[in-house]
Design a protein around this ligand. Structure first.
Ligand SMILES: [Zn+2]
Ligand SMILES: [Zn+2]
Length: 386
């Protein structure tokens, strides 16, 4: 790619004076400065070209080298000359001098450490309620998130379309001012621009100069299988928009699992309570119990099962998002006392009762063991009172 002649770029004669160069460059800089042509790559290229030409020709030594050897004489790769950053980078002192009155100190406003530095947007948290099945088996769900987004109307500049924020004249865009107090110089937030480094005289009507607006956005979130209460799913870059072109924050979707009618989860295990008939408990039997995936599994109840007994069904629990193994389903049986008995049923039970009573402690060892203890306790109590 051949480079254009520096004199041609600035539109001046070979014998142009320093004042001619400055005047010409000022005119081009005013026209093509990035602050006046946001997102205009052509203008930015023109601005850089003019800046480079001026940097060379304004320096008598470099101008002489250029006059003698052309671009090769001042090519940065041949050494001796280092270009300043691009239009977005730091300017030489010359440019500070030139821009001082036009842009209020372009260097401070765009350079490092200024208040216009880019800030990362805040992280957001969204509380997502899931059913136990959704948490255990995973799901994809749409969520609506209120979040600060870059304003479309002003593309985040905060200035009314067609206008541009001006660098704050008080702090020259630094956002900070130095105040001399006795021996000390103190840095303070600029009272004029409140630290933003910019003055927006014509604020964008949509975002009122904020450059960001609160908007609802709909996100499709994939929840991996096995998440539990309190787990968080991170959606990188889906948080609040950054400030001054900074990166967006992250969105954390925090999982809350709703109570289930049948199952409780503890780690990888699921628990459920299963009421059984007292005859089943006594005689034994087989029941069907549901599993979380909507199927059923048969549970053998051995004869003479006591209430509260827990039965473990292997690998019918949860595969946690963090573990490789599947937990168990633990069924706790609760023996139910029969109600609404018919006359005949009562008769049968009365008969049973008499028969069991005759058998003594053999049929109800727990009851008899307890009765013996209670008798000892009551006797001691009476002796103590004497
Ligand atoms: Zn706006
Ligand atoms: Zn200021």
């Amino acid at each position: 790619m051949s480079k254009r002649d520096y004199y041609e770029i600035l539109g001046v004669q070979k014998n142009a004076s320093e004042a001619d160069l400055k005047k010409s460059f000022r005119r081009l800089a005013m026209k093509y400065h990035p602050d006046r042509n946001p997102d205009n790559a052509e203008a930015e290229a023109k601005f850089k070209e003019a800046k480079e030409a001026y940097e060379i020709l304004n320096d008598p030594q470099k101008r002489a080298a250029y006059d003698q050897f052309g671009h090769a004489g001042v090519d940065p790769s041949t050494g001796g000359f280092s270009r300043g950053g691009g239009a977005q980078g730091g300017f030489g002192d010359i440019f500070e001098d030139i821009f001082g009155d036009i842009f209020g100190g372009a260097r401070g406003g765009r350079g490092s450490g200024g208040a216009n530095r880019a800030y990362r947007g805040s992280d957001l948290q969204y509380n997502l309620e899931l059913t136990l099945e959704e948490a255990v088996f995973g799901t994809t769900t749409d969520i609506r998130v209120p979040s600060m987004q870059t304003c479309d109307t002003c593309n985040g500049s905060g200035a009314k379309p067609g206008t541009h924020p001006q660098t704050c004249p008080t702090c020259h865009g630094n956002g900070q001012v130095r105040i001399q107090q006795g021996f000390f110089a103190i840095q303070q937030t600029c009272p004029h621009c409140h630290g933003t480094g910019k003055i927006i005289s014509d604020p964008c009507p949509d975002c009122h100069g904020q450059g960001r607006k609160e908007k609802q956005k709909t996100l499709s979130v994939r929840i991996p299988a096995g998440v539990d209460n309190g787990d968080r799913v991170r959606l990188a870059g889906e948080g609040e928009a950054g400030v001054n072109g900074g990166p967006a924050g992250d969105l954390y979707v925090q999982v809350f699992v709703k109570a289930h009618a049948l199952f409780q989860r503890d780690g990888d295990n699921l628990y459920c309570e299963v009421p059984i008939r007292f005859t089943t408990a006594a005689l034994g039997g087989e029941l069907e119990v549901p599993t979380l995936d909507g199927n059923k599994i048969s549970l053998k109840i051995p004869a003479e099962t006591q209430t509260g007994k827990q039965f473990r069904l292997r690998s019918k629990g949860v595969k946690s998002v963090r573990s490789a193994t599947v937990g168990d389903l633990i069924c706790k049986v609760e023996v139910e006392t029969p109600v609404n008995l018919t006359k005949r049923q009562r008769e049968l039970l009365e008969e049973l009762d008499v028969s069991m009573h005759a058998g003594g402690k053999k049929h109800s060892p727990q009851e008899h063991g307890w009765l013996d203890k209670a008798k000892d306790f009551v006797k001691d109590l009476f002796e103590g009172e004497k």
